[in-house]
Design a protein. Structure first.
Length: 372
């Protein structure tokens, strides 16, 4: 028997999703976003599936795979380099320490620049060769990035900085692209394009939501994150609506099946009481594995071709489901918490969160297994 709980990652699904994103944005290069351990799918698993296996040494570029990878932290980028990834890497949060700059040069890693402190570090260091920079322009997200008023001065400083490779690349990030009817995304696009009109360098605006719902935002590069994993960024939507395939199936097993009488409770706090005689199943997964403790009664799981509801509180190592009075399920039967049979977007809606949180919060107790 395989270990459980486990997250089964489909290489074929990742590759299919990448191909579908190319169809959606045929004129754009793809910066596959693999931060947060590949959105919980395993950093090297994802890189191997959509990049490293498709790297053609003779021509020195990716063929059919991602054109680059976006990451949040330098440590993630170094993991990819150590894993053999030779393509473009971009630090989406930029560097945090001046000493990081030499590492970026050594390992050929691009960096976002979004703050005055980073400008100062670039201007007061001597590097063996220039570093490739993407200016983050704040067009409305108001999180990180230079304001529209700051941009020209920042651009000129970087243009005259010998430690910065030319041309300088340009980017922004959408605040509401996952709301297809929200005018703010178009306003952000307009502000960005007007500001950088006539400048050299690559441009990137579109995250997953931008790529799927705002085709005019696709530009030189798109930066798909959640869509690469077969998940829609829009609440109420499903990845399958865009011909995307869930890349993760979170599975475990029944470790107990027992008769349960009407009026009896189950679990901590006697939170749930049976209204009629039934059979309960105990599943070997809990909040110690990253399955949310606040999953309410009725949140579905998939057992033997049907949905059954969670009852009682999710505990650290186990959760309980109501199998039904006539259930024929047995100890050892497989349980899917989310995957192809049960969309993670639906599970997230029951719990009151987003699919991003579910897939990225799995703990090291969950075995992550890459399958074809």
């Amino acid at each position: 028997m395989k270990p459980f709980p486990r997250a089964e990652i489909s290489r074929c699904a990742l590759q299919s999703n990448l191909a579908q994103l190319r169809l959606i944005a045929p004129k754009s290069k793809i910066m596959a976003v693999v931060k947060a351990n590949g959105y919980g799918h395993g950093l090297l698993n994802v890189a191997e599936s959509v990049g490293i296996l498709n790297y053609v040494q003779s021509v020195g570029k990716y063929h059919g795979g991602a054109d680059g990878f976006g990451l949040a932290r330098l440590e993630e980028a170094l993991q990819l380099r150590e894993g053999g990834v030779k393509g473009k890497l971009l630090l989406l949060e930029g560097f945090f320490r001046q000493s990081d700059l030499a590492t970026l040069v050594t390992h050929n890693i691009d960096t976002v620049v979004h703050h005055e402190s980073q400008l100062h570090m670039l201007e007061t260091i001597k590097l063996d060769k220039p570093v490739t920079v993407w200016i983050k322009i704040d067009t409305g997200m108001h999180r990180i990035g230079f304001t529209l008023d700051q941009f020209e001065k920042v651009y000129q400083r970087l243009l005259h900085c010998p430690q910065v490779a030319k041309p300088i690349h340009l980017m922004t990030h959408f605040a509401c692209a996952d709301e297809p009817d929200n005018q703010m995304t178009q306003d952000q696009m307009n502000a960005f394009l007007q500001l950088i009109d006539g400048l050299d360098g690559d441009r990137t605006l579109a995250n997953s939501a931008g790529t799927l719902f705002w085709p005019t935002s696709q530009a030189d590069w798109i930066r798909p994150g959640i869509a690469l994993y077969g998940i829609s960024p829009v609440v109420g939507d499903r990845g399958v609506n865009h011909r995307l395939i869930p890349a993760m199936e979170l599975v475990s097993n029944l470790i107990a099946v027992r008769d349960h009488k009407a009026g009896d409770s189950v679990g901590y706090g006697a939170f749930w009481t049976a209204k009629q005689d039934t059979r309960l199943g105990v599943v070997a997964i809990g909040y110690g594995d990253g399955y949310p403790r606040n999953a309410p009664e009725g949140t579905p799981v998939w057992i033997n071709g049907r949905r059954v509801p969670i009852v009682g509180r999710v505990s650290m190592d186990m959760l309980t489901v109501d199998l039904g009075a006539d259930a024929q399920d047995n100890v050892g039967d497989s349980v899917q918490l989310w995957g192809k049979a049960l969309a993670v977007e639906e599970v997230a809606e029951h719990i009151g969160t987003i699919a991003y949180e579910l897939v990225t919060k799995l703990t090291p107790r969950v075995v992550v297994e890459l399958l074809d």
